[in-house]
Design a protein around this ligand. Structure first.
Ligand code: ZN
Length: 240
């Protein structure tokens, strides 16, 4: 059993709430404390060992980041949730699962592409790179590029995109980020749908979960319930 220690107190370098969804606000935070070095992987690791090694790496990289939900949940919950959606859809390709676990480390931590290549090989690093926005661009341009480039991405990257958006929209549904208006939430859903519609063939199970939300999903803001997408935008039938 491990030792329980209290969470570190907030400071300018140890911000308690990391914004989500990452597409909206980028605020990379370096990993501040040296983490214990993981043991070297054996030459032929099992899939299980590989995935746990990947999780350990991502957990260290995201260790001082928090989601912007009311409970400021640990950021690592997000990549774990994203990879879990993919695994539970029946996908067994370990490269996709590893890329899902790592999908935010280039955008949101001090991790470099070279570091990823060295740790996990080019196949995994390339998929993570495909899922990484150019952080020198503004938020609107990054959003536009996600739509414009989605069709040209590999099926592996498209799967990560689908699961990433599913986790983000579910997070917004369960708790709208502080300061967001109804219009901003619906604009997020509208944009998410544009991206995921392009990627849906890569993982029909996750795409179906998303379509269900676009068709019937609601969120609560200031005690009022709203549709995630107005009926005519949902592509769904008349069931709303
Ligand atoms: Zn993400």
């Amino acid at each position: 059993m491990g030792h329980l220690i209290p969470p570190p107190s907030p400071s300018p370098l140890n911000r308690p709430c990391f914004p989500y969804p990452a597409e909206d606000e980028h605020d990379p935070i370096p990993c501040l404390t040296p983490q214990p070095k993981p043991p070297k992987l054996p030459s032929n690791p099992s899939d299980m060992a590989l995935l746990l090694h990947t999780l350990n790496f991502a957990a260290n990289k995201h260790s001082f980041q928090r989601r912007k939900d009311p409970s400021c949940s640990p950021y690592i919950n997000h990549p774990i949730g994203v990879s879990n959606f993919i695994a539970n859809s029946g996908e067994t390709d370990v490269v996709v699962l590893q890329a899902a676990i790592l999908h935010d480390v280039l955008e949101d931590t001090d991790c470099s592409f070279q570091e990823l290549q060295l740790a996990f090989g080019s196949e995994v690093a390339d998929v993570v790179m495909e899922c990484t926005d150019d952080c020198t661009l503004g938020g609107l341009e990054r959003k536009r590029r996600q739509v414009a480039t989605a069709a040209g991405k590999t099926a592996r990257a498209q799967q990560v995109k689908l699961a990433d958006k599913l986790h983000n929209v579910l997070s917004i549904q369960s708790a709208v980020p502080t300061g967001w208006t109804v219009q901003r939430v619906q604009a997020y859903f509208r944009w998410a749908k544009e991206v995921t519609d392009i990627c849906k063939a890569s993982n029909p199970t996750i795409a179906a979960s998303l379509q269900d939300i676009y068709d019937y999903g609601t969120f609560v803001l200031d005690g009022m319930t709203y549709k995630c997408l107005p009926k005519e935008e949902a592509n769904g039938s008349s069931k709303i």
